[in-house]
Design a protein around this ligand. Structure first.
Ligand code: C2O
Ligand code: CU
Ligand code: CU
Length: 433
């Protein structure tokens, strides 16, 4: 819907019932649908207005993960929407072409809301990406996949009841969902396809691969195109991360997308499940166009002009709420941890002093990984990112600039994207002033 040169998206969040298995109705939360939300399509440079209606009996928010926008429009814990109310943030879409998402972010309810289905995707296009010979026909050769795992009880419900292990490692399930479907089959007629994959899990990491050790190419990370396609046989996506991948189907053979799931405590427990996620069946063999050699001009990571900040992830005690801290502190809704001067380019260095994996996410910015344990990032991590995996005892330095939007009061968040860690307090907030 276009209005005065604005694009208006109506997003209505409400309780729903969804049949994950035929004949079994599972209680859910959805956005314009019984489970999950729409895949929105927009162009860089557009002004968006989101009309978010809260049809739940409790407060909620909707956060635009990965988007650069004013803190008042961010949809974090400070933009809570009361039951029955409508929130109408408006912002300019100042992004590179890429795959972004949105999800609930209510204080201490993020895990529950996302688990029930409060998430969707925003695909952003721009001129730079349009000029490349890449698959971009939505539903024909370009597919958006929200991967999640869920566990169901004997009645086919997905109660959000955390046991001790879920509190420690994050909520995980044994059933893989692709856009809310179990075991879908994708029939198509294209020799080269693009999969935009979101790890929309609460606490699971996904090791993705295809049958027959098929080689595929990553072309984009969280915030946009990589410099060049990166060949791989396996990809890891942490909760919150996105990757775009090209898959060659020119021989006409069916392939299976597979996922190994693992939790935050991978060093102790290892793989928690191996799943056939999505069967892809091309209708026939036909020649695929060659991949472009170059995708995007990635400027050198920004040189710091402002502060260097250190963040230490820690864990104290065993298995109780509140064990996860950043610089020794749990999230406090009323405390701003620090302020960044508008226009500054900063280096944020994260060290993980826990025995667990943590995917760290920063609002407002797309950052660049400057180094991982002193080494430059691998090619698939060298582009724009908003969420980064930090393994036990790793130190990862991130470079980012804070542009355009200042607000002395309303903060942005930085946090672990294992939603149970976030809700337990592994989160902080900063203002840009
Ligand atoms: Cu995807 Cu602060 O969240
Ligand atoms: Cu975010
Ligand atoms: Cu964590």
């Amino acid at each position: 819907q276009a209005l005065d040169g604005k694009r208006v998206f109506d997003l209505s969040v409400a309780p729903g019932a969804h049949e994950f298995r035929a004949g079994v109705e599972t209680r859910t939360i959805g956005i314009n649908a019984p489970f999950l939300g729409p895949i929105l399509a927009a162009r860089a440079g557009e002004t968006l207005r989101m009309d978010v209606a809260n049809g739940l009996a409790e407060p909620m928010t909707l956060h635009w993960h990965g988007l650069h926008l004013p803190a008042a429009a961010d949809g974090g814990p400070h933009q809570s929407i009361a039951p029955g109310a409508v929130w109408q943030p408006e912002f300019n879409l100042a992004q590179k072409a890429g795959t972004f998402w949105f999800h609930g972010h209510q204080h201490e309810r993020t895990g529950a809301h996302v688990w029930a289905g409060m998430a969707g995707v925003i695909r952003v296009a721009d001129d730079e990406e349009d000029a490349l010979p890449l698959p971009r026909s939505h539903g024909e050769d370009d597919f958006t996949l929200i991967l999640q795992d869920r566990r169901f009880d004997a009645d086919g419900q997905m109660p959000y009841e955390l046991n001790m292990h879920d509190r420690m490692a994050g909520m995980q399930g044994d059933v893989m969902l692709v856009n809310g479907q179990v075991g879908p089959v994708l029939e198509l007629d294209a020799p080269l396809i693009r999969l935009r994959i979101l790890n929309g899990a609460n606490g699971s990491f996904y090791g993705l691969s295809f049958s027959d050790e098929l080689t595929f190419h990553q072309i984009a990370s969280d915030g946009g195109l990589l410099a060049a396609p990166v060949a791989m046989r396996g990809a890891i996506l942490s909760p919150g991360e996105r990757g775009e991948y090209l898959v060659d189907l020119s021989d006409g053979a069916a392939v299976m997308l597979r996922a190994e799931t693992f939790g935050a405590e991978v060093t102790m427990m290892g793989i928690t499940g191996t799943h056939d996620v999505l069967e892809i069946r091309p209708r026939r063999a036909r020649a695929a166009p060659p991949l472009p050699d170059r995708l995007a001009e990635l400027p050198a990571p920004p040189k710091a002009t402002g502060a260097a900040r250190d963040f230490e992830l820690a864990m104290t005690g065993m298995g109780m709420m509140g064990d996860f801290t950043i610089n020794g502190r749990r999230y406090d809704h009323g405390r701003i941890d620090f302020s960044v001067p508008l226009g500054a380019t900063e280096t944020w260095t994260w060290t993980n002093r826990t025995p667990m994996l943590h995917p760290i996410h920063i609002h407002d910015v797309q950052f660049r990984i400057l180094s991982r344990n002193g080494q430059p990032p691998a090619a698939h991590e060298a582009g724009l990112k908003d969420t980064v995996l930090i393994r036990p005892e790793e130190t990862v330095a991130l470079g980012m600039s804070f542009q355009d939007y200042a607000d002395p009061e309303l903060p942005y968040m930085y946090h672990c994207h294992i939603l149970e860690h976030e809700d337990a307090g592994m989160m902080g907030q900063f203002t840009v002033v």
